[in-house]
Design a protein around this ligand. Structure first.
Ligand SMILES: C[S@@+](CC[C@H](N)C(=O)[O-])C[C@H]1O[C@@H](n2cnc3c(N)ncnc32)[C@H](O)[C@@H]1O
Length: 318
């Protein structure tokens, strides 16, 4: 049997593809950094606009994207390389080494391939080992988190990253169950979550384990911390006139991006009651456009996973 890592028809469908191309508008000769290569859908579109002149640097913390990158490299005319690692670390290293970019894209979260591969443990819909690491070589998985974090910490994670109403009850049920036997599989966790929430809530909005799984995934992969660290590094790498785009899938991530762009757009850091500016700081980015771009109804109908996507783009002032 062929390994499931080979590119298949279930490849990730790039989200907000037309909008990404229109706002980032790569030009021949430019350098593009795709921080979340995945199946290379956005990379292929961005590289196409370079018309054979320019460079594409792909980053992903999941080594299983390698066959997708090989496929991309065979079909692209631009110089391309893949860097394996967490994007904030890689961007900091690139910026520190003086590498400069004209276009940087972050399409956050997990890919369809990660979600659809049961053995990765991201899905509440199939029973699999409790894992959820985007980088399988990292030493902290959902198994450690669920079995070792204290009850209070778990409850906070479910509340903060999953907006789970029954966070306390679920954390208590987890602590009770793992006292007898540690959690090894997603199925056991789903059963514990279902049993911990009131019966009517089990049939409410979406799958009862959806919010807890999202929260665990965010914590295991330090998803918010990565974005916080990546944005200043991406800014440093951008040449004047360079464009940075971020696609976020939940409000916590989108808020980080929005605040980052606002702060750089504002420039002046004087208290609002100062009659004149004394700090002399000027705007270093412009949000282009001002508001987040959302997918069209037609896109959501084609690809329901696009539903919660928000695209924000900033241009470095120069
Ligand atoms: C939503 S998918 C990107 C799909 C891609 N744009 C495409 O068109 O195929 C996100 C990808 O980014 C990777 N990723 C997420 N967070 C990361 C991080 N902090 N550092 C590096 N890679 C990350 C995931 O492993 C996954 O492959």
């Amino acid at each position: 049997m062929l390994p499931s890592v080979l590119p298949t028809e279930s490849d990730h469908i790039p989200v907000l593809a037309d909008e990404v191309i229109a706002t980032l508008a790569p030009r021949p000769g430019e350098t593009v950094v795709d921080c979340t290569f995945g199946a290379g859908g956005h990379s292929s579109l961005l590289a196409g606009r370079l018309q054979g002149e320019g460079k594409l640097i792909a980053i992903d913390r999941d080594p299983s994207v390698a066959p997708f990158f090989e496929r991309f490299r065979r079909t692209t005319a631009v110089k391309a390389r893949l860097l394996h690692g967490e994007f904030s670390t890689v961007l900091e290293q690139l910026a520190g080494n003086g590498v400069r970019a004209d276009v940087i894209l972050l399409d956050l979260g997990v890919s369809s391939m990660q979600l659809d591969r049961p053995e990765r443990g991201f899905s509440y819909a199939v029973d699999a080992p409790l894992d959820m690491r985007m980088d399988p070589s990292s030493d902290y998985s959902a198994r450690e988190l669920v079995n070792e974090a204290d009850e209070r910490e778990l409850s906070d994670i479910f509340k903060r990253y999953g907006e789970e109403r029954y966070a306390r009850q679920i954390a208590r049920a987890i602590a009770r169950r793992r006292g007898k036997e540690p959690f090894e599989r997603t199925g056991d966790l789903v059963e514990t979550i279902k049993a911990a929430i009131p019966a009517p809530a089990r049939f409410g909005e979406g799958h009862p384990a959806k919010r807890v799984f999202q929260a665990l995934r965010i914590e295991v992969n330090d998803e918010l911390g990565s974005v916080e660290r990546a944005l200043p590094a991406a800014f440093e790498m951008l040449r004047p006139g360079g464009r940075l785009a971020v696609i976020a899938f939940h409000s916590l991530e989108d808020r980080i991006v929005k605040r980052f762009l606002r702060a750089r757009e504002q420039g002046c850091t004087c208290p609002p009651d100062f009659p004149i500016c004394v700090c002399g700081s000027e705007a270093t980015m412009r949000a282009t456009p001002r508001r987040a771009i959302r997918p069209s109804g037609a896109e959501v109908a084609r690809n329901p996973r696009a539903q919660s996507a928000r695209l924000r783009v900033g241009t470095k002032v120069g």
